[in-house]
Design a protein around this ligand. Structure first.
Ligand code: NAP
Length: 341
C-alpha cells in the first residue's frame, strides 16, 4: 500500500499536521510501498538539541541515554521537546518499497538522511554509546524515510562519520554561497563551530574584497581560527551580550556587516545578530535556538530594516557542495577528522 508522500498517514497526534509538527508519529512496520527502511548506525543530534539534553543531564551519559530513549518512545521520533529540533542519521537501506521513486537506490546502500530526525519515524532498540564531544549517538535502531525524504548516498572517498558531521550542517555553507557576494563584509557568529568553519571558508571564497569577521566565545577558538587564516578579524565575545557584540563589531566594521550568519547553539543571540547588520543587510539565522518572536520584535524595536532569513537546512545540491569543501581544503578536513572521527 502506498502512503502519503509526506508521511501524513503516520501522524498519530494531533490530526491534520505534517510529521514534523506532530507530537507523536507511528514508526511501526511494515513500511509502505513508497518508503525506505534503514538500519541505523549513528544518530547525529543537532547541536542545539544535544546541548540542551547534555545540560539537562549534567553531562551524565547514562541520564542522557534515558532521556533520548524516552523522547523516542514517546514521540516515535527523535525530536527534542524543548528545542523542537532533530538532527540526521546514517545507516544502511534494508528494505525499499516497490513504488519508491528512486530507481537507482539499492538495498545495501549506505545513506545519510538529509531530512530532520524531528520528522523521521524511529524504532530504537538500544543505545551503545554517546559521543559527548561529537553530538553523535551509536544505536541499534530502524528508521523510515518517506517518499519525500531526501538523502545522500555516502561517498566512498570520505570517512562516514566525517561525512555525517558535514552533512548535518550542509545547508549553512551552501546558503552562505548564495548570500555572500564580492565586496560584502560578513560576520559569522559562532565561527569556530562545525557549521561556522564551513561558513567562514565559504564567505572567504565569495568576498575577496570584503572582510570576514569571526565571532567566538573562547580564546582557544580564537587561536584555532587564526591558525586556519579564514578571517580578517576575530572577536572574542558572548553572543548573548548584544551591546558588547555591537561595540566590538563597530570597532572593526564601522558601517556594520552586509551579511551576518548566526551559527551558535544557544538562545538569546538574535539582537547581537540584528545590531551587527547594516539596515540594508541580511541576517541568516541557521541556529535552531533562534526565536522568531525575539528576532521579529527585536528588529522592529531598534528600527532595523534588516532582511532576516530562517536557516532552511536545505538548498539545491547542498550535500555535494559541502562535501566538496572537505575535499578541497585540507586544513578544514584535518580539523573535522580530528574532531568528528
Ligand atoms: P557547534 O559545532 O556546536 O557550534 C556552535 C558554536 O557556537 C560553538 O563554537 C559554540 O562555542 C558557539 N557558542 C555557543 N554559545 C556562544 C555564545 N554565547 N557566544 C558565542 N559563541 C557561542 O554547532 P553546529 O553543529 O555548527 O550547529 C550550529 C547551529 O545550527 C545549532 O543551533 C544547530 O542546532 C543548528 N543547525 C541548524 C540546521 C538547520 O537546518 N537550520 C541544521 C543543523 C544544525 P562552545 O563550543 O564554546 O559552546
Amino acid at each position: 500500500m502506498k502512503s502519503c508522500k509526506y508521511g501524513t498517514n503516520r501522524v498519530i497526534e494531533p490530526k491534520n499536521v505534517l510529521p514534523q509538527a506532530a507530537s507523536k508519529i507511528n514508526p511501526s512496520l511494515p513500511i509502505y510501498d513508497n518508503e525506505l527502511l534503514i538500519e541505523v548506525d549513528v544518530l547525529n543530534i543537532d547541536s542545539a538539541s544535544f546541548t540542551q539534553i547534555k545540560k539537562a543531564c549534567h553531562g551524565d551519559e547514562q541520564q542522557m541515554k534515558e532521556m533520548i530513549k524516552s523522547i523516542i518512545e514517546e514521540k516515535g521520533k527523535m525530536q527534542n521537546p524543548v528545542t523542537g529540533s532533530g538532527g540526521m542519521l546514517i545507516g544502511t537501506i534494508i528494505e525499499k518499497g516497490k513504488n519508491h521513486p528512486d530507481k537507482d537506490l539499492k538495498v545495501g546502500d549506505k545513506i545519510a538522511t538529509l531530512v530532520s530526525l524531528s520528522l523521521t519515524p524511529l524504532i530504537l532498540e538500544s543505545i551503545h554509546k554517546i559521543h559527548l564531544d561529537k553530538d553523535q549517538v551509536e544505536v541499534t535502531a530502524k528508521a523510515i524515510l518517506f517518499e519525500s525524504g531526501i538523502y545522500a548516498v555516502l561517498p566512498t572517498d570520505l570517512n562516514q562519520r566525517l561525512a555525517l558531521a558535514a552533512l548535518d550542517v550542509a545547508g549553512a555553507p551552501a546558503q552562505t554561497n548564495k548570500l555572500v557576494k564580492d565586496g560584502d563584509d560578513v560576520l559569522i557568529i559562532g565561527a569556530a563551530g562545525k557549521s561556522g568553519l564551513l561558513c567562514a571558508y565559504q564567505a572567504r571564497q565569495n568576498t575577496k574584497t570584503g572582510r570576514v569577521i569571526g565571532l567566538v566565545n573562547e580564546q582557544a577558538q580564537v587561536d584555532l581560527l587564526k591558525s586556519l587564516d579564514l578571517c580578517d578579524d576575530i572577536l572574542l565575545a558572548d553572543a548573548t551580550n548584544a551591546i558588547d557584540v555591537y561595540k566590538q563589531v563597530q570597532d572593526v566594521l564601522p558601517n556594520l556587516a552586509d551579511v551576518v550568519i548566526n551559527v551558535v547553539n544557544v538562545e538569546n543571540t538574535e539582537m547581537a545578530s540584528i545590531l551587527s547588520a547594516k539596515n540594508t543587510g541580511t541576517v541568516y539565522f541557521f541556529s535552531m535556538a533562534t526565536s522568531f518572536t525575539k528576532a521579529a520584535l527585536g528588529a522592529e524595536g531598534v528600527g532595523s530594516d534588516v532582511t532576516m532569513l530562517i536557516g532552511n537546512g536545505y538548498t539545491k545540491d547542498h550535500a555535494d557542495f559541502t562535501l566538496n569543501i572537505l575535499r578541497t581544503d585540507q586544513r578544514i578536513r584535518n580539523l573535522y577528522e580530528e574532531k568528528y572521527i
